[in-house]
Design a protein around this ligand. Structure first.
Ligand SMILES: Cc1ncc(COP(=O)(O)O)c(C=O)c1O
Length: 397
């Protein structure tokens, strides 16, 4: 069976050119970058090459890039690092309700450590209002952390505006750019970004590698101890092959961005339009335009996301559910909750995330298969059968 992979927001396959660049660093170029002989110098040079590739891609200086084990570690270190290093200045952090758990859980942890955190709401499209950031800043605020693009509904926040407000207020601005890097242009100078977290496996690089950008002069301590690597900002032997792969992946993604972004936007819009035309009572989650080129997230009334996923899988299509049911919890996703999607609808949400492998034929197949699945499931749904007699007021109709 031909499989159609539409879960690029979860992870992406390693690009063949990335793999080719990485392979020698597992075998003949295996040195530990901390050693001073030939093999070590070779590994060190490869890391520095990747640092240059990434720094160039986001308009940073090489001295501002620290390699990490992925987006989660980078988010943890940027947020906790700033919190601990600036404790004397203040204890207040501002973030948003739609952040990835790597940010939210870090903030929850810091609350237990005595920090105060404001979780900003978003509008019905999923966007943070820069004015809300401005209003929330107070004397004790040391950090604002607002994600560049959301992983579930793909919305792209007004990063430049938020960064400007933070700069004017003298507060550090961090952004989780894990979903954005390679999909939308990023320039830390133009966008007033002080700290940023990214991950390689979302842009056709390897899993388990990421990076932080820390603007020169920003006070941010390390959360790892026991090694001098990465200018003492991230202890531990470097994942040389992974870092080389990350550098190459970033270079390719930035090179291909304008063309690929236009191609995916066309396919995305076609999918959204086709779904709306062929499925009654379907709602697009998130802003219709201010969203990642490859993100489609819809709520299908009266049925469950999990059932849709399993049925799609049987037809060879891989997507992702908009609810957190997979984790054993019946709680709907915090992102859908934050944009005001009623619980029933949140459970019927599904995300298709398009990427390099996605073709027009794939979209045509989804548009043929998915409406049939929805019709089949709705025919079995007690909610659907009784929809016209339901009197509830929670927006299920
Ligand atoms: C927005 C966002 N932040 C952070 C992460 C975590 O990145 P990693 O998987 O590299 O730890 C993800 C991964 O899904 C993400 O989408």
């Amino acid at each position: 069976m031909k499989r159609i992979y539409l879960d690029h927001a979860a992870t992406t396959p390693v690009h063949p050119e990335v793999l080719k660049a990485m392979l020698p660093y597992f075998t003949e170029k295996f040195g530990n970058a901390s050693t001073i002989y030939f093999f070590g110098r070779e590994a060190k040079a490869a890391i520095e090459g990747a640092r240059e590739q990434f720094a160039k891609a986001i308009g940073a200086d090489i001295s501002e890039i620290i390699f990490m084990s992925g987006g989660t570690e980078a988010d943890n270190n940027t947020i906790m690092g700033v919190a601990y290093a600036n404790k004397k200045k203040g204890n207040h952090i501002i973030t948003s309700k739609i952040e990835h758990h790597a940010v939210l859980e870090t903030c929850h942890y810091l609350e237990k450590e005595g920090f105060e955190v404001t979780y900003l709401p978003v509008d019905k499209d999923g966007l943070v209002n820069p004015e809300d950031v401005k209003k929330a800043i107070k004397k004790t605020t040391i950090l604002v952390s607002v994600m560049f693009a959301n992983n579930e509904i793909g919305v792209i926040n007004p990063i430049k505006e938020i960064g400007k407000i933070c700069r004017e207020a003298g507060v550090y601005f961090h952004t989780d750019a894990v979903q954005a890097l390679g999909s939308v242009p990023i320039n830390v100078e133009e966008m007033n970004i002080d700290l940023l977290a990214v991950s390689a496996h979302k842009l056709y690089g390897p899993k388990g590698v990421g990076a932080m950008y820390i603007r020169k002069g920003v006070k941010c301590s390390s959360i790892t101890h026991g090694g001098e690597q990465e200018k003492r900002r991230r202890a531990g032997t470097e994942n040389v092959a992974g870092i080389v792969g990350f550098g190459k992946a970033v270079e390719l993604a930035v090179r291909d961005l304008p063309k690929e972004s236009a191609r995916l936007t066309t396919l995305r819009n076609r999918l959204i339009k086709g779904l709306k035309e062929s499925i009654p009572e379907i709602v697009l989650n998130g802003h219709p335009e201010k969203r990642l080129p490859g993100n489609v997230n819809v709520a299908v009334k009266y049925i469950e996301g999990e059932s849709m996923l399993l049925n799609l899988d049987m037809d060879g299509i891989c997507a992702s559910s908009g609810s957190a049911c997979t984790s054993g919890s019946l709680e709907p996703s915090h992102v859908l909750k934050a944009i005001g999607v009623p619980v029933e609808l949140a459970h019927g949400s599904i995300r298709f995330s398009l990427g390099k492998s996605t073709t027009e034929d794939d979209i045509i197949t989804v548009l043929k298969v998915f409406p049939e699945i929805v019709e089949r499931l709705r025919a079995l749904s007690p909610l659907y059968k009784t929809k016209d007699s339901c009197n509830c007021t929670d927006g299920c109709k």
